[in-house]
Design a protein around this ligand. Structure first.
Ligand code: HEC
Ligand code: HEC
Ligand code: HEC
Ligand code: HEC
Length: 331
C-alpha cells in the first residue's frame, strides 16, 4: 500500500467519549436478544419487508442447500443449526433458560444490536404521556445518544449499521474459507446498492408511512460510510489471518482495493475524517499474524467512520454522485 497518495496535512481529532461504548466489533449477545416478533408489535411494516429478504429466509433455506452441507461436512460439523459456526452470520440466537436457541435468520437485532438494554429508551419521547409531536429536538438527540450508549446501532448514524453489514459480509473466519470452502466475503458488497433494494424499510420518515427513499445527500454519506466500514472490517479480517491461503489473500486484496477506492473519493471530497482513516490504513502491514497492530488501525478507522457519518454535510459531497450506484443496480 506504499503507493497510496496520501497528503501530509493530517488533522488530529479528539474523540467524544461516546465512541468508547462502540469500540468493540458489533456482536449480538444472545442473552440480550428479544427477537423480531417483539419488534413487530410496533414495527409491523419493517417486519413484513424483512420477511421477504434472504436474511430472513436463510433460517429455512440454508440447511437444505447442498452447498451448505458440503461446507459443513468439510468443517466436520454434523448439523448446521446445532454447531455454532454458521450461527455467527446466518442466524439470530437467544438464550432461553441458559441455553442458546436459534429464533430467526439474520434479523432486526443482527443489524440494530441486541435490544434488551436499549428498547425502552429508543422510543421514549420524555415520559409515558409525552407525544412524538411534543418532543424537543434536544431530547430527540439525547434519546438517540442514550440508545446508542445502550448498544443500539441506530441508523441515525449510518456508520453504526454499516458496521453490522461488514461484520458478516467480510466473512472473517479463516477456517470456514480455507477448510470449508465458503465464499471469501461478499467482495462486491456496496452499502447503497445492497441496502436500498429489497432491504429498504424506511417507514418512519413520512407521515403516510410509505417506504421512503433516501435523499441524494443521505446516499452520499451512506456510500462513503459503507466503504469506510468495509476498510475497517477488511483490516480486522486481515488481523485474523494466520496462514498463507485463500482467506488471507482475499481479505488483504479486499482491504487494498477498498483503500484505493476511498483514496479516489478523497481526491473529490477532501474530508478530514476520511483522511484520518486513510492515514491510519497507510500504516497497515497486510501480513499474517499481525493482529494487535491491525486491530488498532481498524479502531482508528472506526472512530473516523463514526465521526464522518455524524458530522458530514451530504450537500458538500455532490462530486460523488457519478460514482454512486443507481437504482437499476440495487439488489
Ligand atoms: C413499544 C413499541 C416499540 C418496540 C417494541 C420497538 N420499537 Fe423501534 N421504534 C418505536 C418508535 C415509536 C420509534 C420512533 C421513534 C422516533 O419517533 O424517533 C422507533 C424507532 C426505531 C428505530 C429508528 C431509530 C431512530 O432514532 O430513528 C429503529 C432502528 C428501531 N425502532 C428498531 C427497533 C427494533 C430492532 C426493535 C425490536 C428489537 C424495536 N425497534 C422495538 C417503537 C418501538
Ligand atoms: C463470518 C460470517 C459467516 C459465517 C460464519 C458463515 N457464513 Fe455463510 N455466508 C455469509 C455471507 C455474508 C453470505 C452471503 C454472501 C454473498 O451474498 O455474497 C453467506 C452465504 C452462504 C452460502 C451461499 C448462499 C447463497 O445464496 O448461495 C452458503 C451455502 C453458506 N453461506 C453456508 C454457510 C455454512 C454452512 C456456514 C457454517 C458452516 C456458514 N455459511 C457460515 C457469512 C457467513
Ligand atoms: C448477521 C450477519 C449479517 C448481517 C449483519 C448482514 N448480513 Fe446481509 N447477508 C448475510 C447472509 C448470511 C446472507 C446470505 C443469506 C443466504 O443466502 O442464505 C446475506 C445476504 C444479503 C443480501 C443478498 C445478497 C444477494 O446476492 O442477493 C444482501 C443484499 C445483503 N445481505 C445486504 C446486507 C446489508 C446492506 C447489511 C447491513 C445493513 C447486511 N446485509 C447485514 C448475513 C448478514
Ligand atoms: C440487514 C440489516 C438490517 C436488518 C435485518 C434490519 N434493519 Fe432496520 N435498518 C437498517 C439500515 C441500514 C437502516 C437505514 C436505512 C436507510 O437509511 O435507508 C435501517 C433503518 C431502520 C429504521 C428507521 C427507518 C426510517 O424511516 O428512518 C427502523 C425503524 C428499522 N430499521 C427497524 C428495523 C426492524 C424492526 C427490523 C426487523 C424487522 C430491522 N430494522 C431489520 C438495517 C437493518
Amino acid at each position: 500500500m506504499r503507493d497510496l497518495r496520501i497528503g501530509t496535512a493530517v488533522a488530529l481529532f479528539v474523540f467524544s467519549s461516546l465512541s468508547s461504548v462502540i469500540a468493540q466489533p458489533p456482536q449480538c449477545d444472545p442473552a440480550k436478544v428479544i427477537g423480531p416478533m417483539r419488534c413487530a408489535s410496533c414495527h409491523e411494516n419493517e417486519v413484513r419487508v424483512w420477511l421477504q429478504t434472504p436474511h430472513a429466509k436463510t433460517l429455512e433455506e440454508l440447511h437444505r442447500r447442498p452447498e451448505a452441507n458440503a461446507i459443513a461436512a468439510k468443517m466436520g460439523i454434523r448439523s448446521i443449526k446445532r454447531g455454532d459456526v454458521c450461527l455467527d452470520c446466518h442466524y439470530t440466537s437467544q438464550s432461553v433458560s441458559d441455553k442458546n436457541q436459534i429464533i430467526a435468520g439474520v434479523s432486526c437485532e443482527s443489524c440494530h444490536g441486541a435490544a434488551l438494554d436499549w428498547v425502552t429508551w429508543h422510543n421514549d419521547y420524555g415520559g409515558p404521556t409525552v407525544l412524538k409531536s411534543q418532543e424537543s429536538a434536544a431530547h430527540k438527540e439525547q434519546r438517540r445518544e442514550i440508545s446508542i450508549a445502550h448498544g443500539m446501532r441506530n441508523p441515525t448514524n449510518v456508520y453504526l449499521v454499516a458496521r453490522s453489514c461488514l461484520q458478516c459480509h467480510s466473512v472473517p473466519n479463516e477456517k470456514l474459507i480455507n477448510v470449508g470452502g465458503h465464499g471469501a466475503g461478499s467482495l462486491e458488497f456496496e452499502m447503497v446498492s445492497w441496502s436500498q433494494g429489497i432491504n429498504r424499510h424506511n417507514f418512519l420518515r413520512t407521515e403516510n408511512k410509505s417506504n421512503a427513499e433516501n435523499s441524494a445527500e443521505e446516499l452520499r454519506i451512506m456510500f462513503v460510510a459503507g466503504l469506510m466500514a468495509d476498510l475497517e472490517f477488511s483490516t480486522r479480517a486481515v488481523a485474523k489471518a494466520t496462514e498463507r491461503g485463500v482467506y488471507g489473500f482475499a481479505v488483504a486484496q479486499r482491504a487494498a482495493n477498498v483503500a484505493v477506492r476511498l483514496q479516489a473519493i478523497q481526491e473529490q471530497i477532501n474530508d478530514p475524517n476520511l483522511q484520518q482513516a486513510l492515514v491510519a490504513f497507510s500504516r497497515a502491514v497486510l501480513k499474517t499474524n499481525n493482529e494487535t497492530e491491525l486491530n488498532a488501525i481498524a479502531d482508528e478507522i472506526q472512530q473516523a467512520g463514526t465521526t464522518f457519518a455524524k458530522a458530514t454535510d451530504g450537500s458538500k459531497l455532490a462530486a460523488l454522485d457519478a460514482m454512486i450506484p443507481n437504482k437499476s443496480q440495487y439488489k
